[in-house]
Ligand binder design. Structure first.
Ligand SMILES: Nc1ncnc2c1ncn2[C@@H]1O[C@H](COP(=O)(O)OP(=O)(O)OP(=O)(O)O)[C@@H](O)[C@H]1O
Ligand SMILES: [Mg+2]
Length: 245
């Protein structure tokens, strides 16, 4: 089995006095693709955001690449280069070209040379079939194209792991496939990924494992085929029955 990359132990997270994640435990190995599934409000986004330092947590430990995370601004700034994240809303800077949006992190945060970072960015753009879009501005792109750029922007930092939170949820149906294809391709190239998605067919095809979250608890942590064929809990059975796929 590949090396462990992420370990979460006894994680607890509250908003004000309300605990929304209770005693979360799981580990992810290098190259694994994990689908994080669960109904609305179950805590998927909260968990993903906590793993990127966008939310604090009140208990438990996160271990990344063998090192316990001691939360601080500096720690998370460093870790966000190693754990990339893409959200439902692609927040590209409207006043910067596609290329400059992508180069912001590599130049300002990683202090790489412009020539090297630009060559890298253009290769990444080509890999998502947007080589000709480097000089465009976000307003000149479709939703699907913006989301592909948002993924490229995260990949430009060469993260060791990627977190995706419903990245196709706000896209027109005809745009969804192109974005899912990029994630499928990343998975095939052994990127370690946690993917929150309502696209059940995609989850079933691409994920190695499913974490099923319900009311802030992981009710099932199973191999994907087993989860879809034989969900063990009533909650998961009801969840799958409610999804169209
Ligand atoms: N900023 C916040 N302040 C207070 N409560 C919040 C906040 N964000 C989320 N919550 C609560 O935390 C719980 C988990 O929400 P979360 O957004 O993580 O769910 P989710 O599984 O991502 O749902 P969805 O599928 O709708 O995106 C919910 O009860 C929600 O109301
Ligand atoms: Mg969410």
């Amino acid at each position: 089995m590949a090396e462990e990359l992420l370990r979460v132990e006894h994680l607890k997270k509250s908003y004000q006095s309300k605990e929304v994640l209770h005693d979360i435990n799981f580990a992810i190995h290098k190259g694994e693709v994990v689908a994080l599934l669960g109904s609305s409000g179950s805590g998927k986004s909260t968990l993903i955001r906590t793993l990127n330092g966008l939310e604090d947590y009140q208990g438990g430990t996160i271990t990344f690449a063998g090192e316990t995370v001691h939360p601080s601004k500096a720690t998370w700034l460093a870790l966000r280069q190693r754990i990339g994240m893409v959200f439902q809303s692609y927040d590209l800077f409207p006043n910067l070209s596609v290329l400059d949006n992508i180069l912001l992190g590599p130049l300002k945060v990683q202090h790489r040379s412009r020539a090297e970072a630009e060559e890298d960015a253009r290769k990444l753009l080509a890999s998502v079939n947007l080589a000709d879009y480097a000089d465009r501005y976000p307003r000149q792109l479709s939703g699907g194209q913006k989301q592909r750029i948002a993924i490229v922007r995260a990949l430009a930092l060469h993260p060791e792991m990627m977190l995706f939170d419903e990245v196709t949820a706000s896209l027109d149906p005809e745009m969804v496939r192109g974005v899912l294809d990029i994630m499928t391709d990343l998975a095939k190239r052994d990127m370690t990924m946690i993917v929150v998605t309502h696209e059940m067919n995609f989850a079933r095809e691409v994920a190695d494992r499913v974490l099923f979250l319900s009311d802030g608890e992981i009710l099932e942590d199973r191999q994907t085929a087993e989860f879809f064929a034989h969900p063990a809990t009533k909650r998961a059975q009801e969840f799958l029955a409610s999804m169209e796929f």
